[in-house]
Unconditional design. Structure first.
Length: 109
């Protein structure tokens, strides 16, 4: 007879561990569909520069063309991957932040 455990791996508990996230809503894990849609609509990208990155996942962007400030969030720890002054591209419609070879699924704050 199998023993029952009290461990329950739900999307919420797995999501707390960042790399194990199963949730594909904005700010969580990147889905291939989201990435492909962003790549297929090049007019949706906006160039920006990172103004700040917080340990809680908040990234402040300054859009190059308008100077507008945007706040996005990613639940994983990306502080070591991007930082103030880094150029990035943001696709608001599909919630993708591109920084060099990295692609992050971000939520608008």
């Amino acid at each position: 007879m199998a023993q029952r455990t009290d461990l329950q791996h739900t999307a919420i508990t797995v999501c707390e561990h960042g790399a194990m996230c199963l949730d594909d809503r904005p700010g969580h894990a990147m889905s291939m569909v989201r990435l492909r849609l962003a790549a297929a609509t090049p007019s949706g990208w906006s160039d920006a520069v990172v103004r700040s990155v917080d340990a809680d996942g908040t990234v402040v962007l300054e859009l190059w063309e308008s100077g507008e400030i945007a706040h996005v969030w990613q639940h994983g720890d990306i502080v070591g991957l991007i930082g103030p002054g880094h150029p990035v591209a943001w696709h608001d419609a599909y919630s993708v932040l591109a920084a060099g070879v990295h692609r992050f699924n971000v939520a608008t704050r």
